[in-house]
Design a protein. Structure first.
Length: 173
């Protein structure tokens, strides 16, 4: 008899969402998802809240801000694949921040940028290929400046681009 492969946490979360189709994942639903993932995967410890949140934020399901959610239209908007994409996405986020209709939307934009910064810091700590490392470190610097003051990001970046060494040909438009 073949051993059954252990179910993945991601698959268990997606299965829960498909079966129950919550309008929004609030704290109560989040706890149900965690319990479902633990039971389905038969792991000795339940999955971490951070990992579950990452899985949820990769979907189109709204997640309550109280548990770390950001609006679906802001997810994945900050790009870090290369300097050009990072520049364009951060400039767009700065415009979004400046024209936010209220403090909550401005906070959501800021959270989206902060989330990207945290992911990039983690990726750098885990290790990135040498040929990509300099560009990723530069993007991290951009994210930090953006978070410090989104309003000065665009002029700061213009000066930075004039003085920075490009790491990839044609990377910064």
């Amino acid at each position: 008899m073949a051993a059954r492969k252990q179910a993945s946490i991601r698959r268990a979360v997606l299965e829960f969402l498909e079966r129950h189709q919550p309008a929004i994942v609030d704290r109560k639903t989040f706890l149900r998802i965690r319990r479902h993932a633990a039971v389905t995967t038969r792991r000795p410890k339940p999955p971490s809240d951070a990992y579950l949140l990452e899985i949820l934020l990769a979907t189109e399901v709204p997640v309550d801000r109280a548990i770390g959610g950001i609006p679906t239209d802001l997810r994945g908007k900050v790009r870090t694949a290369n300097l050009g994409e990072a520049k364009q996405s951060l400039l767009a986020m700065a415009r979004e921040y400046a024209t936010a209709p209220d403090a909550q939307r401005a906070s959501d934009v800021r959270q989206a940028v902060m989330r990207t910064k945290n992911h990039l810091k983690l990726a750098l700590a885990r290790g990135i290929r040498a040929e990509k490392r300099a560009a990723k470190e530069e993007i991290l610097e951009w994210l930090l400046v953006w978070l410090e003051n989104p309003g000065v990001f665009e002029p700061w970046l213009a000066v930075r681009e004039k003085t920075a060494v490009r790491t990839e040909p044609g990377d910064v438009p």
